[in-house]
Design a protein around this ligand. Structure first.
Ligand code: BQZ
Length: 691
């Protein structure tokens, strides 16, 4: 027996066809307006990747004097034995302030909270640069903002080099040799093997950023060659974007010596226990990152101490990092801006326009503790309609009926026509910052093409026409459209209320939909609850910042379309693994797969245009606004690269290369909480001293 909603949904679909024959013309589509000119402050100094760092043995190495006391006490091997045969060497000429000195702390303030340390089973560290400082990946993209276009491809990192086979069907990867985890255990292909077979390829395990086989190309396999060499085999030739999929968020191996025994396939009790095996009160969890967590005071602070086995040095042979300690004050994202401007915090991505004007005023004062520099307009917000019609997220009858509407092109047009994006932007901040965003590839980025971008501009009459074309009428005269013969359509809008911007945009969208006659109610969730609801399909619509794929297209490329069961943000497979793609989605999938496998730049550009046309004409997502963000860093820090963007190939926490940032001796705060201490053994209560 069909429920009232199902009957209504079916009627809506049937009516949608006939109603289209009777309504007036909707406003013609245009291209998004030219963004108001906004010059990023500070231009990067463009170099080649090899100018930033290389791998080589140096005649001698050194460490902070207080670390040598651990060696003297027999608690650590000599520094030369803790380093790889050929460490990663940062080049002095590329350091704005040259080789640094040891000591001091960088005091981050963040809005997230660490859930646990099993990043590979989806546990969030709380974002805000915690994970970026602990988890390192095969390749690195953050510093690419400063790399010449002619040399633009991912930088080596834990993967020291790679070589394509003649036919491009396989890639042989060489790991750095002799690097060690922060507890001294060897980093080698045992870690690669576990990550690939027991994380990426295990359908019961979802790493935090969702890496799956499709991330590396459907059908891709991986074989171990020796302790430091492995090979990936592909189904298409030269899928060069896989090198980007080996960077942060995707191919970032975990310590298999810790994780494997907890995995159900290797003696662990269950997948749930595996995910929860290293809770956030577990200290000294081994890292490849420059620091290791030694203390976590819930809702207060996470403290890290330098990793004594870190595998990077400067050209003088000084083992990195220079900064001995990292703080992550567990507060709110808005407080991050406030504390950095006030000088009680050291770093912020000023990404909430509500704080722009006050921050600019404060930063302009001579005594301002932090430097503030706006980068390009790379923050984009969009509205994502849940496009699954076959049960992803287990919707109730109401939710299913809304999903059926989401799958109706006229309904998605109505959403866009109802949006006054100029007013939305001005509700966040007045001035040349915000600009209407059509969705898809962002304006001002290398693959953006205006002629391929279809924009359904603000026009309430057209929004009402489009709702009628979707078979929706206000049959009870209460100002909101109804399902045919049924109740008001009521859409829930999921938003991350950890950010004032997300909440303000959601409230603006709800008000504008009401003006067009569509009832929408806010479902505001915090941090990880938002992420889980979004990634679990538990929503009708959500709004969120865009990912890096909308800026570069060469990163997270698989997330541009539902090329796999869980690659697309707003259309994933149901519990049976089935994807009910709409015809335009099928075309987007083949376009994205062709883009992934295409080496010819001209052909890639054409594929990007095809993608942008499909995405924006069909309103796969409905863009809201785009705006720039500003990097704010306390002035005592040296080696901050010029023009470092808040978000481009990665977040600024990666872009500024914190492992080579330092504080000159005469400017150090003396604010370390565990001075002269190192991480203890995995599971120890906290840091340890040499004595
Ligand atoms: C930057 C970033 C570093 C995640 C997170 C957070 C999560 C999302 C996103 C940003 C925070 C900061 O962003 O807002 O400025 O420091 O951490 O990782 O929004 O909720 O899931 O994608 O990166």
């Amino acid at each position: 027996m069909k429920t009232q909603f199902q009957r209504a949904a079916m009627a809506a679909l049937l009516l949608g066809v006939s109603a289209a024959a009777v309504h007036a013309e909707m406003m013609a589509t245009t291209q998004p307006p030219e963004p108001p000119k906004f010059d990023a402050q500070g231009e990067p100094i463009y170099v080649n990747r090899a100018d930033i760092y290389e791998y080589k043995a140096l005649p001698a190495y050194s460490e902070p004097a207080w670390v040598t006391e651990f060696v003297t006490a027999g608690k650590l091997p000599p520094v030369a034995e803790r380093l790889p045969k050929e460490p990663l060497v940062f080049k002095t000429a590329n350091m704005p302030d040259g080789n640094g000195v040891y000591g001091d702390v960088m005091r981050h303030v963040i809005g997230g909270r660490p859930e646990g340390w099993n990043f590979w089973a989806g546990k969030s560290y709380g974002w805000g640069g915690i994970d970026i400082g602990l988890v390192e990946c095969l390749t690195r993209t953050g510093p690419l903002f400063t790399v010449n276009a002619a040399d633009l491809q991912p930088m080596p990192n834990l993967a020291k080099s790679w070589e394509w086979s003649e036919d491009g069907m396989s890639l042989t990867v060489k790991l750095i040799e002799g690097a060690k985890w922060s507890d001294g255990d060897a980093f080698d292909t045992e870690d690669i093997d576990f990550y690939w077979n027991d994380v990426v390829m295990d359908p019961e395990v979802t790493p935090l950023m969702g890496a799956s086989q499709e991330t590396y190309g459907a059908g891709t396999t991986l074989e171990i060659i020796d302790a430091y060499t492995f090979k990936m085999n592909f189904t298409t030739a030269f899928p060069e974007s896989v090198l980007y999929a080996m960077a942060y968020g995707n191919f970032c191996p975990g310590p298999s010596h810790m994780l494997k025994p907890k995995h159900p396939k290797h003696g662990g009790t269950s997948y749930e226990d595996f995910a929860n095996s290293f809770p956030s009160d577990y200290m000294n969890f081994p890292t490849m990152g420059a620091w290791t967590v030694v203390e976590h005071r819930p809702d207060d602070i996470v403290i890290m101490r330098r990793n004594p086995y870190y595998w990077k040095v400067d050209e003088a042979g000084q083992q990195l990092p220079y900064l001995d300690e990292m703080h992550f004050r567990l507060s709110t994202w808005g407080d991050r801006d406030v504390q950095t401007i006030a000088g009680t915090g050291d770093f912020s991505n000023l990404e909430q326009p509500e704080n722009f004007v006050e921050s600019l005023k404060k930063a302009a004062e001579d005594t301002a503790p932090a430097r503030l520099a706006f980068g390009p307009r790379t923050i984009g917000y969009a509205l994502f309609p849940n496009l699954s019609g076959n049960g992803w997220g287990e919707p109730d009858a109401r939710g299913q009926a809304v999903r059926e509407l989401n799958r109706n092109h006229d309904f998605r047009k109505a959403i866009s026509y109802a949006l006054d994006r100029v007013r939305l932007g001005e509700s966040l901040v007045k001035g040349p910052f915000t600009t209407p965003y059509a969705g898809g590839v962002m304006q001002g980025t290398s693959f953006y093409d205006a002629a391929s971008t279809t924009f359904f501009p603000f026009d309430v009459a057209s929004a009402k026409e489009a709702l009628a074309a979707a078979g929706l009428e206000d049959s009870d005269g209460n100002g909101f459209v109804n399902f045919a013969g049924g109740e008001d359509v009521n859409v829930t809008l999921l938003a991350n209320i950890d950010y004032a911007t997300d909440k303000n945009l959601a409230e603006g969208v709800i008000a504008m939909m009401a003006d067009a006659g569509l009832k929408v109610t806010l479902n505001g969730l915090s941090g990880k609850d938002f992420d889980n609801a979004r990634d679990g399909g538990k929503y009708d619509w959500f709004i969120n910042r865009n990912g890096v794929e909308w800026i570069t297209m060469v990163q997270n490329t698989a997330m541009l379309a539902p090329v796999g069961p869980s690659t697309d943000a707003n259309h994933r497979a149901n519990a049976a693994g089935e994807l009910d793609l709409l015809p335009y989605e099928e075309e987007m999938v083949s376009t994205v797969n062709a883009f992934i496998g295409e080496r010819d730049p001209a052909k890639r550009t054409e594929l990007a245009k095809t993608y942008q046309k499909l995405h924006t004409e069909n309103l796969d997502t409905i863009g809201l606004v785009a705006f720039p963000a500003a990097l704010m860093v306390n002035k005592r820090f040296a080696n901050i690269p010029a023009g470092a963007p808040v978000f481009m190939y990665n977040w600024a926490e990666d872009n500024i290369m914190r492992e080579r940032v330092f504080v000159p001796a005469d400017k150090q705060l003396g604010a370390e909480e565990h001075a002269n201490m190192l991480p203890g053994a995995p599971g120890d209560a906290g840091p340890v001293s040499a004595k």
